[in-house]
Design a binder for this molecule. Structure first.
Ligand SMILES: Nc1ncnc2c1ncn2[C@@H]1O[C@H](COP(=O)(O)OP(=O)(O)OP(=O)(O)O)[C@@H](O)[C@H]1O
Length: 596
């Protein structure tokens, strides 16, 4: 305009990019149908649906969301699958190993050591519908709307199923359970579990073995690394798959002073002074549940607000939005109960991973206590460090160490990468150290799989995802809940036998199979079928897509002994010749994995 005014018509000169740096070059391999050289955050998103294996919880112990009758919700599964997997739960688990135990959540039973088992069925409360969070960033709001829609659809599907179920009185519930058990025994009329010699690892059969066939990598299983239990939630992940990076670039988030003033003042209970506070609160919760069980009406009386205020007392009583860079959120992962975002803590300038869990969308909301307690109370160099947990509206936010190398799943499912013995041993060693530490403290992880192993920038690995932990103690030495991710579950857990820390060692064995073959045994089968095989057949034969040294074969045999008494402990495995010979102290061999 000025130019025109003064009779000049000079165009502005726009320079080319200055200081340009080509740091990321991604490709798509048409043959393998995979993206190559993606940054770790993108890998987590692009492969989200294909690489995630959703864990399940005992269907008898999910928190009722809409219908008090429902006992059959399985995380991320269709209702039909729910019913199938529910069969493994023996129709509810009540009365198995103590009725009280059966109704206790992990968090509750963490405080259960000195309690007597109850004989009363405790109906957990319904969630109460809450208004959407007020001060969330716009992209989170959009995601929530999408998720709410999908969640409601899922609930409707489940409701269609549960509507056919009888009313929730304890007697009728027991009758139903008996019927379910009869149906189950009819449906599972295959032969009883064979006895397998202790510690025997089945080497690959020459041909034709059923289990070998089951674990072979078929074209279908390669092309479609489906996670059947996540089918009903696939649409959420699908949308993510097509939008790999959700950087928040819009100025949508503006923390309203008004909204901040509306926040209720918290009861201050300094988190660091309360190592067992969550347990105490869990005990109180259990008391409430006991009291609630006194009458059928009261049994459903633990409201969302009551639960929220119990959780509020174990988290840090601050609003993390005041010190997190709310403009800089980038989604780096998604689990069946959470979204994980990367941002910066403005107080320390360090990057932090924020795991966000909606209280209203948990099947067993009591398990959220684990998310707060385990990483906080059991710090260890091989466990992802937690910086703090916060309640933000109706979400639990757990701030933790950012692990830029992503999950081991991203590596094992990459067909261009096959881990060698050194890499496998170097990954197993810190996982075993973490397990040894947890087990010595009576904590069972219950969801050991490649998804739970995260890489630091330095190549070190750490254990994460403690949402399914359970505590054992001299008073309560064994657990019975059906919790875990099907293909990784130990036979005794599926068989509903009382189990202990040995289940983690079995799952570690399955994770080693992932590292060798790219997927766990039976992965081309439906979860229920895989669970039957794990429960009823000898330890799965390994396809061994490459020759393995005798130390590794023996190591696997010690982890996947069907009899938990014959299974090695984490401590024993740390001293195993496979670790002694192959584990690299400087993790140099793992850095290669991250750079690919
Ligand atoms: N600290 C972290 N740093 C980097 N990425 C992370 C971190 N924590 C989690 N993630 C990513 O987010 C994903 C989901 O996290 P996580 O497994 O804890 O969620 P979840 O809801 O408990 O999952 P699951 O379905 O196994 O229960 C992980 O697989 C990983 O890719």
């Amino acid at each position: 305009m000025l130019g025109k005014k003064f009779g000049q018509s000079k165009k502005p000169v726009i320079s080319g990019p200055i200081g340009f740096e080509h740091r990321v070059h991604t490709k798509f391999d048409a043959e393998t149908q995979q993206f190559l050289d993606l940054p770790a955050q993108w890998v987590a998103l692009v492969n989200n649906e294909s690489n995630r294996r959703a864990p399940i919880v005992d269907p008898s112990r999910v928190t009722d969301v809409e219908a008090a009758k429902s006992k059959m919700i399985i995380r991320g599964s269709t209702s039909a699958q729910s019913r199938d997997v529910a069969d493994f739960a023996g129709g509810g688990g009540i009365g198995q190993g103590g009725a009280g135990q059966a109704r206790l959540s992990v968090a509750l039973s963490n405080a259960y050591h000195h309690q007597q088992p109850r004989e009363t069925l405790v109906e957990e409360s319904r969630f109460q519908q809450q208004p959407p969070a007020k001060a969330a960033p716009q992209f989170l709001m959009q995601q929530r709307q999408l998720q709410n829609h999908q969640f409601n659809q899922q609930q409707q599907q489940q409701q269609q199923f549960v509507d056919q179920r009888p009313p929730p009185s304890y007697q009728i519930y027991q009758q139903q359970r008996t019927m379910d058990q009869q149906q189950q025994s009819r449906a599972l009329s295959e032969s009883q579990p064979p006895s397998s010699p202790p510690g025997q690892w089945n080497q690959p059969a020459s041909s034709g073995s059923a289990s070998l066939a089951a674990s072979s990598v078929t074209a279908a299983s390669v092309a479609n690394r489906n996670r059947p239990l996540r089918q009903s939630t696939a649409s959420t992940s699908d949308s993510n798959r097509h939008q790999p990076v959700r950087a928040v670039s819009s100025p949508a988030y503006r923390l309203s002073q008004q909204q901040m003033q509306m926040q209720q003042p918290h009861q201050f209970i300094p988190q660091q002074q309360q190592p067992s506070l969550a347990m105490d609160l869990a005990a109180r919760l259990e008391q409430q549940l006991n009291a609630a069980a006194a009458s059928a009406q009261a049994a459903r009386s633990l409201t969302h607000e009551q639960f929220r205020s119990a959780l509020e007392r174990v988290v840090v009583p601050e609003d993390p939005r005041l010190f997190l860079d709310m403009q800089g959120f980038v989604k780096i992962g998604e689990g069946s109960t959470s979204q994980v975002l990367l941002t910066r803590d403005r107080r320390t300038s360090r990057q932090v991973a924020v795991k966000m869990m909606d209280l209203r969308k948990q099947q067993r909301r009591e398990l959220l206590f684990n998310e707060v307690v385990i990483m906080r109370d059991y710090p260890h160099p091989c466990i992802v460090e937690m910086y703090g947990s916060y309640l933000v509206d109706d979400e639990l936010w757990v701030l933790m160490e950012y692990m830029p190398g992503g999950a081991l799943t991203d590596i094992v499912t990459n067909k261009n990468i096959r881990l060698d013995d050194c890499q496998i041993a170097t990954i197993c060693q810190p996982v075993l150290q973490a397990l040894s530490f947890l087990h010595s403290n009576g904590v069972i992880h219950r969801d050991i799989k490649s998804d739970s192993i995260l890489f630091c920038r330095t190549g070190h690995v750490k254990l994460s995802d403690f949402g399914f932990c359970a505590q054992v103690s001299p008073e309560l030495p064994r657990r019975k809940s059906l919790v875990g991710t099907p293909y990784w579950m130990a036979p005794e857990l599926i068989a509903r036998s009382p189990y202990g820390t040995e289940v983690d060692v079995w799952s570690l064995g399955v994770m080693i199979v992932e590292m060798i073959d790219g997927e766990p045994p039976y992965f081309n089968e439906a979860p229920v079928q895989a669970m039957r095989r794990i429960r009823d057949q000898q330890a799965p034969r390994l396809q061994f897509s490459r020759p393995v040294p005798p130390e590794l074969a023996d190591f696997l045999g010690r982890t996947m002994a069907r009899d938990p008494k014959q299974r090695a402990t984490a401590d024993e495995l740390l001293r195993h010749p496979f670790i002694a010979r192959f584990a690299s102290p400087d993790v140099g061999c793992l850095l290669q994995l991250l750079s690919r």
